[in-house]
Design a protein around this ligand. Structure first.
Ligand code: CP
Ligand code: NVA
Length: 301
């Protein structure tokens, strides 16, 4: 039976640990069977902009021996009103898997329901699970383990934060999120994670309190794709939730700084921090490639 990857809950903690291990092997070049997907074709349907996700998937698919098929919504019939279910059924006859980046999370759920091939979430308004896999790989590389790691997430409780909550819950990491009132992560994501977590997931208001004793300090943009109209209000409400050198000094001395990118330098993170010695943001971006190759290998072969 096909397996989708719409949220991190589609994987067990054991499967995630295996994926991260495989990604580390692939990155180091020791992985056997470098091209397990020869003759396969993987679709990439993107309704939002992307640098890392699109390019890392396209390159990764090529490196695995498969063929990437980029699908711009304005150039296929879905842009002229063909239904999601008809599109999913048709594309399932040609492709071996599809990566989708879109707005509403229920579009990708509907697509997965009607497709007979694995559907991979390349970001929705609610989740960014491929990013969380890259984050887990990066934390493993930098800290040598996941269990018991303390993460502080500062800023908007958005799609990246939601997937990070699920990652923390599954991999037994403690996560403290500092955000203003009204900018909390999704309540259903929080409830489910707290219900099954062997770790602490805390929401509070004060960035310094969250950063205290953190091993990892993480942020994302204040204005996500699709929220541009609320831009001024969001920037006003989130202005005190910036990772700068003062906030970083509250974390452990060897704390690692993560950001999924793209960054809005001078807003959620300062130049000295993102370019500083504790920043791992470009390793984090690179790891998307390795971990997504391990993911495709798991779902498509
Ligand atoms: N982090 C991330 O998903 O980046 P892109 O929007 O560039 O794909
Ligand atoms: N929260 C951001 C993440 C971009 C990778 C957005 O959805 O725009």
């Amino acid at each position: 039976m096909k397996k989708d990857f719409l949220t991190l809950w589609d994987m067990s903690s054991g499967e995630i640990a295996m994926l991260v291990k495989r990604a580390v092997e692939r990155k180091s070049g020791i992985a056997a069977n470098k091209c397990p997907l020869i003759g396969k074709s993987i679709g990439l349907f993107f309704e939002k902009a992307s640098t890392r996700t699109r390019v890392s998937f396209e390159v990764g698919i090529y490196q695995l021996g498969a063929h990437p098929v980029y699908l711009n919504p304005n150039e296929i019939q879905i842009g002229r009103g063909e239904t999601i279910s008809d599109t999913a059924k048709t594309l399932s006859r040609y492709l071996d898997a599809i990566v989708i980046r879109t707005f509403k999370h229920n579009l990708i759920e509907e697509f997965a329901l009607h497709s007979s091939i694995p559907v991979i979430n390349g970001l929705t308004d609610l989740h960014h699970p491929c990013q969380a896999l890259g984050d887990l790989m990066t934390i493993t590389e930098k800290k040598g383990r996941l269990k018991g790691i303390r993460i502080a997430y500062i800023g908007d409780g958005n799609n990246v934060a939601n997937s990070l909550i699920e990652a923390a819950s599954l991999m037994e990491m403690d996560l403290t999120i500092a955000c203003p009132e009204g900018y909390e992560p999704d309540p259903d994501v929080l409830d489910r994670a707290r219900g099954s977590a062997k770790s602490e997931i805390i929401i509070l208001r004060e960035p310094k309190e969250a950063a205290g004793r953190a091993d990892v300090i993480y942020t994302d943009v204040w204005v996500s794709m699709g929220q541009e109209r609320e831009s001024e209000e969001r920037k006003k409400r989130l202005k005190d939730y910036q990772i700068n050198s003062k906030l970083l000094s509250c974390a452990k001395k060897d704390a690692v700084v993560l950001h999924c990118l793209p960054a809005h330098r001078g807003e959620e993170i300062t130049n000295d921090v993102i370019d500083g010695p504790q920043s791992a943001v470009f390793d984090q971006a690179e790891n998307r490639l390795h971990v997504q190759k391990a993911l495709l290998e798991m779902l498509v072969t």
